[in-house]
Design a protein around this ligand. Structure first.
Ligand code: ARG
Length: 572
């Protein structure tokens, strides 16, 4: 509704000097004051006049009454003064002509904030730890990260999606020891990640009774760091097995990365950064380890080198940030991880700033809350975890069963395709329905429900627009815009809000704004669908206009689904 807001602000600011004297009111500051009322009975847009009372030295009631006069004879917007508020309602014809015109002209680009041209954004997300489980805790970083990438691309940014794999560190020493003691080539090849995790879990169990295993693991990792060929070969193999398995999950989610440069990629890039840290006098020795003291900034120290001189997670992150800046010249680099790492990223960014890198302020951490499933918390060490691939498989299986029941004659391959789109979409949609920072308890039954505010419901609505459009055939574009019912009005308002919602999702790194928008648009469309006959309206202009509205909903839903990584399906 930005164009309606602008229309209102322009009109008021043009009339203000004559009404109130002085320089009047600026259109830009008026735009800020205009708000959407909680209930459509109060109009589409409201101006709370008490905010102007001080500047204009008049009571809000008087201001509202005086301003209402400016809209007499305005065919596009009508205004009503109510208790110090000015409530505006946009004319249906004006709304229909503008919104449907814009959507028809811009198509899949409709709603793009177009703020990103010429700018590069790096997004670091998903980033599972090789040989540890890819569990549902990673669902957040994977889908929030990818959705933010889509939203940025939509706004015109050029984006680099990086999977910063956890493919380096002492856990590989443990894996090497475990594999040599208890591993079996065929078993690991057949079992994939599960077999690797089993070894990892066994290592921890055995090491509790025999701590010397930990020393052996450290030694094997040291050898790996020094390039021991046998250890390198094993490490490479563990990585291949894991990546192969991740690729199934990524394919189901329709995610591709531009780079898989994980932690190991920075092995030879840390020395230069250690040099900078030393030069700047930032490294302090503490019991043999090296760290950066951050007490001045109210944070615990950032550990850079262990006692034995080996590097750590932050050491690699410093090198990674520098490398990315050199390579991609980013305007912003976004890290998506659980909020458990919020302090870590605050420390990291501070260290990078202290190192004198002026781009430190373009690093952004985007945190999210924890996930449990059906009330169960996760425990990695004991192996009692729910894997992301299992969650997706469960969702697909259930949708498949539901579809089979509803439509027994559907061919198997068609049903399998729908089950994957709807099942995976349900998980993604459910996850992205809440503000990202909230902890969520994932209830699979709720996510898969076809009624209620779910992915299947949204996909069902999309499929409905497809079947309506098919029935409409080649209805010509409307000659005249005749939208009369409240349902049509509300649907046009919902369509017109898309650009602002996208902008908010971009500004706040919040995909849930898109998810909620989808629900609002679906609700408005379904009310319209039940109340307003399309083909049987009895008026060719009304039919053409309603068909155009359906087509607009189809376009906008399609775009919005893409922004939250949910696939479209014409049949459900
Ligand atoms: N591998 C890490 C984990 O699973 C996340 C990595 C996030 N990215 C980064 N550059 N530190 O916890």
């Amino acid at each position: 509704m930005l164009f309606v807001k602008k229309h209102i602000a322009d009109r008021i600011s043009a009339a203000a000097p004559a009404l109130f004297g002085g320089t009047g009111l600026g259109a830009d500051s008026l735009l800020e004051l205009l708000e959407y009322p909680p209930d459509s009975s109060m109009g589409d847009i409201a101006l709370p006049c008490f905010k102007l009372a001080r500047t204009l030295r008049q009571s809000p009631v008087k201001i509202a009454q005086a301003l209402a006069g400016c809209f007499e004879g305005d065919g596009d917007v009508s205004a009503a003064a109510v208790n110090g508020y000015l409530n505006f309602t946009a004319d249906n014809r004006y709304l229909a002509k503008t919104v449907l015109g814009q959507i028809a002209a811009e198509g899949e680009k409709y709603g793009s904030p177009r703020t990103g041209e010429g700018k590069t954004v790096v997004l670091d997300y998903s980033s599972p730890n090789v040989a540890k489980p890819f569990h549902i805790g990673h669902l957040g970083t994977t889908v929030i990260g990818h959705s933010l990438k889509k939203i940025h691309e939509f706004a015109g940014y050029s984006c680099v999606g990086i999977n910063h794999l956890g493919d380096w560190g002492t856990q590989f020493g443990k894996m090497i020891v475990a594999y040599r003691l208890w591993g079996d080539k065929e078993k690991v090849e057949a079992g994939g990640c599960d077999a690797l995790v089993e070894l990892y879990v066994k290592f921890h169990k055995e090491a509790e009774a025999d701590p010397s295993l930990d020393d052996r693991a450290r030694e094997e990792f040291r050898k790996l760091e020094q390039g021991d060929p046998d250890n390198i070969a094993l490490w490479q193999w563990f990585k291949e097995i894991s990546l192969k398995e991740y690729s199934t999950t990524y394919r189901q989610l329709d995610i591709e990365f531009d780079s898989y440069a994980g932690e190991s990629f920075y092995r030879d890039k840390m020395a230069a950064q250690l040099e900078v840290l030393r030069e700047k006098g930032l490294l302090k020795l503490d019991g043999g380890a090296s760290l950066v003291d951050l007490s001045e900034y109210g944070m615990p120290p950032c550990l850079i080198l262990k006692k034995d001189g080996s590097t750590l997670y932050p050491t690699r992150d410093i090198a990674a940030a520098y490398y990315r800046h050199e390579t991609y010249h980013f305007g912003r680099c976004i890290y998506v991880t659980s909020s458990q790492q919020s302090l870590y990223f605050a420390q990291l960014f501070k260290v990078i700033e202290l190192m004198g890198y002026e781009w430190a302020d373009s690093l952004v951490h985007v945190p999210y809350g924890t996930v449990s499933i059906n009330g169960e918390k996760l425990a990695t060490r004991t192996g009692n975890v729910i894997l992301l691939k299992d969650l997706l498989a469960m969702a697909i299986e259930k949708v498949d069963a539901i579809t089979k029941e509803k439509n027994p004659s559907m061919p198997d391959d068609r049903r399998a395709e729908i089950a994957e789109k709807v099942g995976v979409g349900a998980v993604v949609f459910y996850y992205l329905s809440n503000n990202r920072i909230k902890d969520i308890n994932f209830m699979l039954e709720d996510a898969l429900s076809y009624e209620g505010n779910t992915g299947p419901y949204a996909q069902y609505t999309y499929a409905r627009t497809c079947s309506v459009l098919e029935k409409c055939g080649d209805i010509p574009a409307p000659r005249r815009f005749v939208a009369q019912t409240p349902e049509e009005h509300d649907l046009l308002v919902a369509l017109s809000q898309f650009p602002e919602r996208v902008k908010a999702a971009l500004d706040f790194y919040e995909p849930s704004y898109i998810t909620r928008y989808i629900l609002d648009l679906c609700a408005a469309f379904n009310r319209f669908y039940h109340e307003c006959p399309i083909l049987t309206s009895g008026d060719p202009d009304a039919t053409a206009c309603r068909a155009a509205m359906t087509s607009a909903v189809n376009t906008v839903l399609g775009t919005a689904f893409g922004l939250i990584c949910m696939k479209k399906t014409k049949q459900i």
